[in-house]
Ligand binder design. Structure first.
Ligand SMILES: Cc1ncc(COP(=O)(O)O)c(C=O)c1O
Length: 384
């Protein structure tokens, strides 16, 4: 928390706006739309709810297919299942880790040939890195398929000078507790189509028809954000730029201290983009490093340092075992390789320099002891 959140919560208490909706919700929506340069925003209970609403607005229903990045958290694809539609997963591009335009192009071509284009493409901006939106938007326009940009992890990032999340027909953000700013739980749907956003508000508020009595013509949802949490969001949004600066500093310090180690490769920042560096991520080439990513994760965890593997690709999840998958090229699945070799380092905005130095020292020690062991083994060989 930034320290100013209670002020907005107090305002809600004093004016008795405790019910869902209220002035904080309206102001938070306006502030997000302004910050990201979109015409409108709808505050909801989670990023997952925002994706679900976007699918509803695009008319996704039973029997439809929806393309989705494979390297992501399961919440990107779960709403496809809520609608009874089938996900088709698209591999990562090796540089950005995000949706491969090459794989997307093939997937669109094949589905057009089969006469069943997807109803939507969900493109994820992973760990703060924007996907190659220029290419992806171009391809989707060519085939007439709408885009939902899942920018849950990339609020505050820029792609070619524009806010990440604003490149699709709809964009979504998450304010879950682990995100760069948080309302403890919450999300936002953004778009330039203000009429569609009005429909999203209607669907997210139990689809109450404009009648003096309670009348409903379609099934609705209870997806709106509460006025109390929107107060937290308003205050958090004010510190977003600072949070981005802090997370980028965390990345830079890791990069300077660890990028010389053998087999260590940090996630790049695409040209013309600025990542919020929500998490600092890297890959380990075990042949050069002399150890696997898993061994490093285990060693860090033994030191009580919580580092994690990268998301397990969705096409590998038991939940989606029957889903179709399009790889980047014949060279093998890029996302499988990223999953096998990737590490997320502790990257919180409140991580102190001392704490970060402990993580760095620990990683360097792991490498030093591996190199020492290798040298000893070589020496033993010579002695024999
Ligand atoms: C890529 C991605 N998409 C969607 C979500 C869902 O957001 P929420 O937890 O607010 O439902 C998350 C995070 O939780 C996420 O990381």
């Amino acid at each position: 928390m930034s320290g100013n959140e209670l002020q907005y919560i107090k305002m809600a208490f004093e004016s008795n706006w405790i019910a869902p909706l209220g002035p904080n919700v309206n102001a938070f929506e306006k502030a997000i739309a302004e910050k990201t340069g979109t015409k409108g925003a709808v505050a909801v209970s989670s990023g997952t709810a925002a994706i679900h609403l976007a699918l509803l607005l695009l008319g996704v229903t039973e029997g439809d297919t929806v393309f989705c990045s494979t390297l992501t958290f399961v919440a990107s694809a779960n709403p496809i299942l809520y609608q009874g539609a089938s996900p088709v997963f698209i591999d990562s591009d090796p540089e950005s880790w995000n949706m491969s335009p090459k794989a997307l192009e093939r997937a669109l071509r094949v589905s057009a040939f089969e006469g069943k284009l997807p109803k939507a493409v969900i493109v994820v901006d992973l760990y703060g890195q924007s996907a190659r939106m220029n290419e992806i938007v171009y391809l989707c326009k060519e085939y007439g398929v709408p885009i939902i940009e899942d920018a849950a992890e990339s609020l505050g990032s820029l792609y070619k000078g524009k806010a990440s999340g604003t490149f699709g027909d709809y964009g979504i953000y998450s304010f879950n507790g682990n995100k760069i700013i948080t309302t403890s739980g919450g999300g936002m749907l953004i778009s330039n189509d203000t009429e569609a956003l009005e429909k999203a508000r209607y669907l997210a508020t139990q689809a109450k028809d404009p009648a003096p009595h309670y009348q409903h013509s379609v099934a609705g949802f209870n997806y709106r954000m509460s006025n109390l949490l929107a107060g937290v969001g308003r205050s958090q949004l004010k510190v977003l730029d600072n949070r981005v600066r802090l997370r980028r500093n965390v990345f830079n310090m890791y990069f300077q201290a660890l990028s010389d180690l053998p087999g260590v490769k940090f996630m790049k920042e695409l040209e013309g983009t600025q990542s919020n560096r929500w998490l600092t991520t890297l890959t380990i080439d075990d042949r050069k490093a002399g150890m696997t990513a898993k061994q490093i994760l285990d060693a860090l965890n033994k030191q009580n340092i919580e580092a994690r593997p990268v998301w397990k690709p969705l096409h590998l999840q038991p939940l989606f075992k029957r889903a179709k998958y399009f790889m980047h090229d014949e060279g093998g699945s890029v996302s499988d390789k990223l999953f096998e070799t990737g590490i997320c380092l502790p990257s919180g905005s409140s991580l102190t320099e001392v704490e970060q130095h402990r993580v760095i020292r620990c990683i360097r020690n792991i490498f030093d002891s591996t190199i020492r062991k290798r040298v000893e083994m070589k020496l033993q060989e010579y002695e024999v």
